[in-house]
Design a protein around this ligand. Sequence first.
Ligand SMILES: [Zn+2]
Length: 256
Amino acid sequence: MASERQNRLDVVQFGRMLHGNGFVAATDGNLSVRLDERRLLVTPTCISKGRMRASDMVIVDMDGKRLSGKRRVSSELAMHLLIYRLRPDVQGIVHAHPPTATGFAASGYDLNRPLVCEVVVGLGSIPLARYGTPGTPELTDALEPLIPNHDAILMANHGVVTFGSSLESAYMKMETVEHFAKIALVTHLLGNEQPLGEKEVEKLHQVRHLYNGGGIAAPPRMPVAGDDLRADRLQSNLRSDLQSDDEPRETAGSRR
Ligand SMILES: [Zn+2]
């Protein structure tokens, strides 16, 4: 297991990468690592994730009580605690607001369409959790049912949370989600989406199972087919977009 010092340096590094890639603005976002069975290393609130120092981090116990660190801990700590509680396999968590994926989340779309084979293998589906006010039980209640079977979740009108067997793995999933959101957007704009069929998806699930160690029980994070598919909805939205191009559209502003 990595030393606390190394974990602090990793948080600094992946925070810089989050900021450098434009996945967060200002002081948005938060990262955490499980140090051992009873302690988490978490980023502080009110600091740019692009310019943190190793000494800025806060250590809390599994009830969220601060054990060390001078700064105040992230206001999204409850979300991190919930994920670590529900997923003993998770060692690192990243939360950010990458613009394209967050745009999907603000439009009521999940990223469950099987458009790219490697995303199906790597992440399965990426569901959308209903909106909840940050820092309140609304948010954790919305995420709770999705955490056991997914490693990446869109949060409506908010952002994305990803988690994995290391902080690096969690961070990489954040990159994958944002990259896939861009691909899904371009695919949608081109208007000729060709999602993988159920048979192909099934084969990819088998590959995923092998990647996960075959016999090792891995959570079935893969409800990509069937009801999760939003083809009808996306396609009909696209059609109505195309048809109503010259009509004035209701905007968020005009509704107020
Ligand atoms: Zn946030």
